[in-house]
Ligand binder design. Structure first.
Ligand SMILES: Nc1ncnc2c1ncn2[C@@H]1O[C@H](COP(=O)(O)OP(=O)(O)OP(=O)(O)O)[C@@H](O)[C@H]1O
Ligand SMILES: [Mg+2]
Length: 361
């Protein structure tokens, strides 16, 4: 533990019956930085956030935020943090402005101060025009932004964001990212959970990868990608093509293990150079008379990180976003530089009523 740590977590455990939601998590987040907590469904991300925001008690281990113990100093801690839950917690029957004012009043701001703060936040989140409308008319992206705005009412020094952009379209996601970047520039410490390496890549100074309640890797986005091997090349061999000959060719370009999936006639391998090797690869396959149905360059996704770290795929989204892949016509080179990560699946049915109200109370 150092003085400049905003969050210090040691040996956190939480079991639900036989399920080890957290199985000994350690974490240190330096003040003024963004810490990404990356992991697939059920990894334990929300459980960490709930413990750190005093909404849930761990079975064992310790956690301090801004020096406050999450159990002993819970009351003081609540005044210093903001939290945006995984599912937007706005009151549909109120307008955007009324929602924000209500949160201000919950935090015991005067009516006037709450109104002023609400107006300021609506402006900041580009919701000023919509501020007078009932939030049931808001799009998912607008709700997310309002939710984020509500967590900022008290100008928290540490902000917890649980999957802030899941279910948002690319434009809304970019807006949310921008807001987070601005907050960090102003000195806020952020702990951000996400299922998308791309999001952690964009925002986080440091990323902790969790799986089954354990930390399985830590580092910067670049360090994690290095472990994956840059990008992943995949070729789909035409029916009747020689898979093993193709595998041999791919091995020459790979900087890691070559995987063959006979059913899909797919061969894939990590490559350091990304899309740049495509023309050479296609030529080399042509030389051994292997015809292709498809060539793709996948930028590293959480799935790739998982495969590299654990040898098994992450049980990520059931429906991966097709934009996450970069399909290329075998006849021409592709670039794999689309800045958009995958993102599908919106707020689910497990919406908890007003987590923030608990924090406020
Ligand atoms: N109240 C609960 N009762 C029983 N099991 C729970 C409860 N809350 C969480 N779990 C289990 O604990 C594990 C971790 O859950 P958690 O919600 O922290 O995961 P997560 O990483 O946030 O997943 P997601 O990406 O789906 O939000 C899962 O196996 C989950 O089913
Ligand atoms: Mg969660």
């Amino acid at each position: 533990m150092t003085d400049s740590s905003a969050i210090v977590v040691e040996g956190l455990r939480k079991h639900y019956g036989a399920t080890k939601a957290l199985d000994g998590i350690d974490l240190q987040v330096a003040e003024g930085t963004v810490q990404g907590l990356l992991g697939p469904n059920g990894a334990g991300k929300t459980t960490v956030v709930r413990i750190l925001t005093t909404l849930l008690r761990a079975d064992s281990g310790t956690a301090r935020v801004l020096g406050f113990d999450v159990v002993r100093d819970a009351q003081k801690l609540r005044g210093a943090i903001g939290v945006t839950g995984q599912y937007a917690a706005v009151d549909e029957k109120l307008t955007g402005a009324e929602n924000l004012e209500m949160f201000g009043r919950l935090y015991r701001l005067s009516g006037r101060t709450a109104r002023a703060r609400a107006a300021e936040l609506l402006e900041r989140f580009e919701l000023a025009d919509a501020g007078g409308r009932l939030t049931q008319t808001y799009s998912g992206g607008m709700r997310r932004r309002l939710d984020l705005a509500a967590s900022l009412i008290m100008r928290p020094r540490v902000l917890f964001l649980d999957e802030p952009s899941t279910g948002l379209d690319p434009r809304s996601r970019a807006q949310v990212w921008q807001v987070i970047e601005d907050l960090v520039r102003e000195g806020t410490t952020v702990l951000l959970t996400t299922q998308y390496l791309e999001e952690a890549d964009q925002l986080a100074h440091k990323i902790t990868v969790v799986d089954l309640g354990k930390v399985i890797a830590e580092g910067t986005a670049d360090q994690l990608k290095e472990r994956v091997g840059g990008a992943r090349l995949e070729v789909i061999i035409a029916r009747g093509g020689d898979l093993s000959a193709a595998g041999g060719v791919l091995a020459r370009f790979a900087n890691g293990e070559v995987n063959t999936d006979g059913d899909r006639r797919s061969i894939s391998a990590p490559v350091a150079a990304g899309a740049g090797v495509l023309p050479d690869l296609v030529r080399a396959l042509d030389e051994v008379s292997v015809a292709l149905d498809d060539v793709a360059v996948h930028r590293p996704t959480l799935d790739d990180v998982f495969l590299a770290l654990t040898g098994r795929p992450a049980e990520a989204d059931p429906k991966p976003d097709p934009e996450a892949d970069h399909r290329a016509d075998p006849s021409g080179p592709a670039d794999g530089l689309d800045p958009e990560a995958s993102g599908s699946g919106g707020p689910g049915p497990e919406t908890g009523p007003g987590e923030r109200e608990l924090v406020a109370g």
